[in-house]
Design a protein around this ligand. Structure first.
Ligand code: UD1
Ligand code: UDP
Length: 364
């Protein structure tokens, strides 16, 4: 049998690596299809190198565009590649447009699919990712959940529980594998950062696409940078808009290119504080015990609040929340970390897939 993984964007690579390695250790034939949704070396190649991912069997080079244009290019490109390879299973990850397109293509071609990170819900249909999650879960044959709340969301949407498997979080497997390599000192030196610093990542459309939202957010981040030096490895999406709103390097603020996986997590590991709107970063800070302020009105990852270091804040409340987080110091992980975030999600997923390929009864 052949398993294809469809990957397109930065967080996909991090989630897929442990699954690829899990399947590889039980001898299952597999290949990666890179859609090319992310294509800059710092958004893509560096992750293949840092995570030890094998070369893709195809790169569709779809690139950027409006949702319709990008999704259309993904659909036509993926249909061809799926027909060419006739996989027995296609595995998709997370909530990006590449994930949505792959699930639609496979559903129409009658090719079975598995969704890793199923059942997360922000209940905010204004987020493109929420639309992608709902459609992907409705069409997947096998659903791998990272946290227990996902099980009830899927049940409420009428997904047959026999198809759902709570397996833990492969993004955390990747973090565990990288841990021995995470050293803040060399990155801090290279970026000329003081010993005490915070890290910010910002790329959600709701935060960076409109000049008004960008301005409000940038004002808040500038205020935080008066308390602690802030380094912002800036996603290409927000580059222009946030710079126009005043997010430029200065005495207390370093705006830098996106960082590779190991460099980024090294920096996070040594940070006094993280400010973010990323999904994955909420999870990683929870595991590393670094206080995380998420500038969003909601999160599809509530376990990072109930079992972790995450707090939701508005831009207006960010400075005072940062003051408090900095005063409280490092949040010690409570010992009550999210269930099954133990670095073994990849092998669990691989075992379920292997059994499914053999046609075994898969009731959880
Ligand atoms: C996508 C995902 C988002 C995820 C993020 C991870 C969707 C709908 N969104 O958002 O859920 O959190 O990836 O990083 O799939 N660009 C470059 N170089 C690149 C890639 C993008 O310059 O390698 C720029 C382009 O101007 C592009 C913009 O970033 O138009 C947005 O890229 P896109 O892939 O459409 O969405 P993201 O904002 O990256
Ligand atoms: N990340 C990285 N370099 C950066 C910013 C993020 O390696 O400069 C990693 C981060 O550690 C996490 C993943 O990228 O593993 C999250 O991706 P992103 O925030 O782009 O997407 P989201 O999780 O919001 O979908």
């Amino acid at each position: 049998p052949l398993v294809l993984h469809v990957l397109g964007a930065r967080p996909n690579f991090v989630k897929a690596a442990p699954v690829v390695s899990g399947l590889s250790s039980i001898g299952i034939r597999q290949g990666i299809v890179h859609t090319g949704q992310h294509y800059d070396a710092l958004m893509s190649d560096v992750f293949f190198a840092d995570l030890g991912l094998p070369e893709p069997v195809a790169n569709l080079g779809v690139g950027s565009g409006s949702h319709a244009r990008q999704t259309a290019a993904l659909l036509t490109g993926l249909e061809e590649v799926v027909l060419e390879h006739s996989p027995d299973l296609v595995v998709v990850y997370g909530d990006v447009n590449s994930t949505l397109a792959a699930i639609l293509v496979c559903a129409k071609l009658g090719v079975p699919t598995a969704h890793v990170e199923a059942g997360l819900r922000s209940f905010d249909r204004g987020m493109p990712e929420e639309v992608n999650r709902v459609v992907t879960d409705a069409l997947s044959d096998l659903l791998f959940a990272t946290s227990p709340d996902a099980l009830s969301h899927l049940a409420n949407e009428g997904v047959d529980p026999a198809r759902v498997h709570l397996v833990g979080n492969p993004m955390i497997d990747s973090l565990f594998s990288a841990l021995p390599k995470l050293d803040p000192a060399p990155v801090r030196e290279r970026l000329a950062l003081p010993e005490r610093y915070g890290v910010a990542t910002l790329h959600r459309p709701a935060n960076v696409d409109s000049p008004e939202a960008a301005r409000e957010l940038v004002d808040a981040v500038l205020e935080v940078s008066n308390r602690v030096h802030i380094v912002v490895p800036l996603h290409p999406r927000g580059r222009t808009r946030l710079a126009e709103a005043g997010l430029v390097s200065g005495e207390n603020l370093s705006i830098v290119d996106p960082l590779g996986y190991v460099d980024f997590l090294s920096l996070v590991r040594g940070a006094a504080l993280v400010v973010t709107d990323s999904g994955g970063v909420q999870e990683e800070t929870t595991m590393l015990g670094v206080p995380c302020l998420t500038v969003r009105p909601n999160t599809e990852r509530p376990v990072t609040i109930t079992h972790g270091t995450n707090r939701l804040v508005t831009p207006a409340l960010l400075p005072s929340a940062a003051d408090k987080a900095l005063a409280d110091g490092a949040a010690t992980p409570s010992g009550d970390l999210p269930p099954l975030w133990d670095g073994k999600a990849g092998p669990r997923i691989a075992r379920v897939i292997a059994a499914w390929l053999k046609g075994d009864n898969l009731s959880p």
